[in-house]
Design a protein around this ligand. Sequence first.
Ligand SMILES: [Zn+2]
Length: 186
Amino acid sequence: MENRIPAMDAMVDNATCVVSASDGSILEIVAKAVQSGVSATFYVSRSQAKAINAWYWTPQRRKQFGVEDVSPEEQHKIEEELGLKDAIAFSNRIPCENCGHVYGAFEFLQQGIREHGRAGVEAVLGMENTSLIRVNPSEVPVCPNCGENITDGDSSSKERIIGGTPVRRPHYYGGTEAYAGCCRLD
Ligand SMILES: [Zn+2]
């Protein structure tokens, strides 16, 4: 532990802390964050990410949120057009209320590059020991076709409040090892 303290000292600032706890306690902390609705990003070990995803992504949740494995065709398009490999494993697809364009894994990664830069996305995907988990992410999907925020729900999807902001029809995704995906309050 002592030899990690300088690294932690360099990392901790106003928006970041380092938590040291058993894997079980870390799962509990992430689960509580998901259920409380707060937005946070967790950088966890690969085994912790597996435990979190196993807890969160039950077959019922996958079905409820309509997430599907990203097809080989879409993976190919992501690789060809965005230059990203193994970035996303599953995702739901939500139609833009304004123009009908469907927002899925490709559009999500495209928006990620636009908002965080290619270097930022590649840095995350290049992590070798760490998995990134987004809890209740506050970003709104933006339609690449018409530029509108995809926040309007149809009558079948109820509005949800996350961190004080009404969010409808969230985009759900699960990543691969480095980018493990998102967990949201049900
Ligand atoms: Zn649109």
